[in-house]
Design a protein around this ligand. Structure first.
Ligand code: KIV
Ligand code: ZN
Length: 513
């Protein structure tokens, strides 16, 4: 196998992934994900779009300062102002900083969006790459909407940006339009017709509008692409991006016919997936490949029988290979701090002393109420006590009366921007009363789009997990909360969503791509 068979994994969870509706993350959350991506050993982390807002800039800067192994990329349009701003954030990563600049190359984008003739687009791209090369030698150029670009123009563009100094050239399927053999042909055409193509790595970036992002990425590797751009859980614009776990596990499982390797430490996949869902509130569908709850469940009797006789009868990869521990019963009332911390570390959490203390107190109170504590309970505890930092609003106390006779009433006390406030409100039901009380105390105008309740594990003593989706002024956020008491979990989810909304509003109107 040649050296070229090692595929560069470029993770864009923090940039394209964050463009999923409701997926916005604060700086702290982005750093947590970046740390998990470093554990996964991705080659490149695209940390954000620095010119988009001050918050995006800060996040890219912090990731560039704190993450030590992967390269750190920042996106910018093909103009000097964007590029300089990106480098201001990225230079902290030194040689590992990568400028990723782009411009659209399809006729429809050039005519209708950019309103620029092709020659001008080409000149703009070349100037941008040359400018970026004055900051760093690590420059990626993307031909936005490459799949719908005239192939001769695409080849001309790729050749020109490589001459200008681009070391990676990305051929995105921006609108998720390609089908595998067509995408293969595009990459193959470039490989065969661009004279200097071997001086750059060809990257692929597929969106999942037709559910083909992973298949297209694999087809492109066969044609000679050397880098795959992907996201955890496949989150991203619209139907999402190529999923990291799917493309990596496909390469690992079918190495017999796809002789490519990646540096990904696959045992960290499951915790990365859970961490992202917890932070964004975007849950994974149960039948999602690799990380869905049913991905390793063998329901049918004949399958169970086969798996018991020999796992390989129905299992093409092991749950352990993605870090899924099937032995889920972990801790109980008598477990001490040591066992608690050890389990958190196994789950991929690397917490500060104070955070461990907060989580341990909550663990003890849960263990008093609930006989068996599962990994999912620990995730919820860490999410509530450590990850979901409440900056603007925080619940102090609540009491709710409801039943078939009493008028549902919520009495609620909470911190609102540093002041402790209290109110009592009646509603159609207990959750309605709680939400009305929170709205009254915070003065929020956000519209409630979705409210859902689930149990984290089985049993009537399970913790309830609630999700709340809010919209205000065109911005959407998703909040989550968990508790043994489902009404308290609902209040926490609503308050978490309001905190996220406040963060998004603080970040201001972002420049969109
Ligand atoms: O989908 C796309 O074309 C992109 C580019 C900015 C790389 O995300
Ligand atoms: Zn994209």
């Amino acid at each position: 196998m040649s050296e070229k068979s090692n595929i560069i994994i470029f993770d864009t969870t923090l940039r394209d992934g964050e463009q999923s509706p409701g997926a916005s993350m604060n700086i702290e959350e982005k750093l947590r994900i970046a740390t998990q991506l470093e554990k996964l050993n991705v080659d490149v982390i695209e940390a954000g779009f620095p010119i988009a807002s001050d918050g995006d800039f800060e996040a890219v800067r912090k990731v560039a300062q704190n993450i030590k192994k992967p390269q750190i990329a920042g996106l910018c349009r093909a103009n000097f102002k964007d590029i300089d701003r990106a480098w201001d954030a990225l230079h902290h990563a030194g040689d590992r900083g990568r400028i990723h600049t782009f411009i659209a190359t399809s006729d429809i984008h050039m005519e209708r969006k950019l309103q620029m003739p092709p020659a001008k687009v080409l000149e703009t791209a070349v100037k941008a790459v040359e400018h970026a090369c004055q900051c760093t030698k690590n420059v990626e150029f993307s031909c936005e909407d490459a799949v719908r670009t005239r192939i001769e123009f695409l080849a001309e563009m790729v050749e020109a940006v490589i001459v200008a100094g681009a070391t990676t050239v990305n051929i995105p399927d921006t609108v998720g339009y390609a089908i595998p053999h067509e995408y293969y042909d595009i990459i193959k055409y470039l490989k065969d017709n661009v004279p200097n193509i071997d001086q750059a790595v060809i990257s692929v970036h597929c969106h999942n509008d037709l559910g083909l992002a992973v298949a297209n990425s694999l087809a492109a590797l066969r044609a000679g692409a050397g880098q795959v751009e992907c996201t955890i859980n496949g989150i991203g614009e619209r139907a999402g991006n190529c999923s990291l776990e799917e493309v990596v596990m496909a390469l690992r499982t079918r190495h017999d016919i796809m002789p490519y390797t990646t540096g990904i430490e696959t045992e960290h996949i499951y915790s990365a997936s859970r961490m992202l869902s917890t932070i964004t509130g975007i849950t994974v569908q149960p039948n999602k490949a690799i990380v869905g709850a049913n991905a390793f469940a063998h329901e049918a009797g004949i399958h169970q029988h086969g798996v018991l006789m020999d796992k390989e009868t129905y299992e093409i990869m092991t749950p352990e290979s993605i870090g899924l521990n099937k032995n889920k019963l972990v801790l109980g009332k008598h477990s001490g701090r040591h066992a608690f911390v050890a389990r958190l570390v196994e789950l991929g959490y690397d917490l500060e002393k104070d955070d461990i203390e907060k989580a341990f107190v909550r663990f003890k109170s849960l263990a008093d109420a609930k006989k068996e504590i599962f990994d999912e309970d620990l995730d919820a505890i860490v999410a509530d006590e450590v990850i979901r930092i409440e900056e603007h609003f925080k619940l102090s106390q609540m009491n709710v009366t409801s039943g078939s006779f009493a008028a549902p009433t919520a009495t609620l006390q909470m911190w609102v921007e540093g002041d402790e406030k209290k109110t009592a409100v009646m509603g159609a039901g207990p959750v309605d009363a709680v939400f009305k009380a929170i709205k009254k105390l915070t003065g929020s105008k956000a519209e409630l789009l979705q409210f859902s309740v689930g149990a984290i594990t089985g049993g009537t003593d399970a913790q309830g997990e609630c999700t709340v989706r809010l919209r205000e002024d065109g911005r959407e956020v998703i909040g989550q909360g968990s508790d043994e008491d489902i009404i308290v979990a609902s209040a926490k989810a609503y308050i978490n969503a309001l905190n996220k909304m406040a963060t998004v509003v603080e970040r201001g109107n972002r420049v969109s791509i």
